[in-house]
Design a protein around this ligand. Structure first.
Ligand SMILES: Nc1ncnc2c1ncn2[C@@H]1O[C@H](COP(=O)(O)OP(=O)(O)OP(=O)(O)O)[C@@H](O)[C@H]1O
Length: 236
């Protein structure tokens, strides 16, 4: 397993948000996380990435416990979070935003990461054209691409992607799904939170449904069609 969560509990303020989450991801797998608003999906990915500390339970990344590590160390191990709010720095240029991705990289890998910035510009011509433009002048789709590109600079083995297509036009949504297909075909493992269930089901090998801070259902591609209605019911 590349990732395992065992009975993970998280309290935020007075809320017991995660109430014993169990999930796992095989290397190279793309896994969907579905559920209504507010059930804890974002909390799950932020907890994996080290932004929140579990009060109970274990999280293993490639067999190594990570639940007590700070976010930057978790990133260095090869785990990248693309957060829902994209976190593009408005006053920094596209290139400046991408270079922030270098800060997460170990000194010994800095050169390879700098080369990856060039590769990112080749892969994302729209970002390359806008390399000197500041973050706040980008469209929502371009900001999402930038947020994903920045995480890719760290060469992650597992990507956590939180609602990447929210508020974006259908053509841009298609671009983002194409990018995720490409990352999947490169062998990167993905945990995806996505409201576009139809597209997500086609991309994902397996999915989990979350309700009130717990995983209540797990399915693989064979029973996807059967589960589609159920997932739609609990996701809207
Ligand atoms: N920092 C916080 N302090 C207190 N409660 C929080 C905090 N962050 C989230 N919550 C609460 O935890 C619950 C789960 O939130 P979370 O964002 O993980 O849900 P979600 O399933 O990702 O929903 P959405 O799709 O709306 O983002 C919600 O009830 C939310 O209000």
């Amino acid at each position: 397993m590349i990732l395992e969560m065992h009975d993970v509990h998280v309290n935020l303020g007075l809320s017991h948000v995660l109430q014993g989450v169990n999930l796992s991801i095989h290397p190279g797998e793309t896994v969907g996380l579905f559920g209504r608003n507010g059930v804890g999906k974002t909390t799950i990915v932020k907890t994996i990435a080290g932004w929140y500390r579990p009060s109970q339970g274990k999280i293993l990344f490639q067999g190594q416990p990570i639940d007590a590590l700070p976010p930057n160390e978790i990133t260095r191990l090869g785990l990248g979070l693309v957060p829902e709010d994209r976190r593009v720095f408005p006053g920094l240029s596209v290139e400046g935003n991408l270079k922030l991705g270098l800060m997460q990289v170990q000194a010994s890998e800095r050169k390879a990461a700098e080369e990856r910035i060039q590769m990112v510009f080749e892969r994302f011509p729209r970002l390359s054209e806008r390399r000197d433009q500041s973050g706040n002048t980008l469209s929502g789709g371009e900001q999402q691409m930038l947020a994903m590109a920045r995480v890719l600079i760290g060469n992650p083995k597992l990507l956590l992607i939180d609602e990447p297509t929210e508020g974006l036009a259908p053509m841009v949504v298609a671009d983002i799904f194409r990018l995720m297909e490409e990352l999947k075909s490169q062998g990167i493992s993905i945990l995806l939170i996505e409201q576009n269930i139809h597209k997500a089901i086609h991309l994902c090998d397996r999915h989990y449904v979350v309700e009130r801070g717990k995983v209540v259902l797990e399915g693989n591609s064979q029973d996807i069609e059967e589960r589609k209605e159920l997932i739609r019911r609990v996701s809207v």
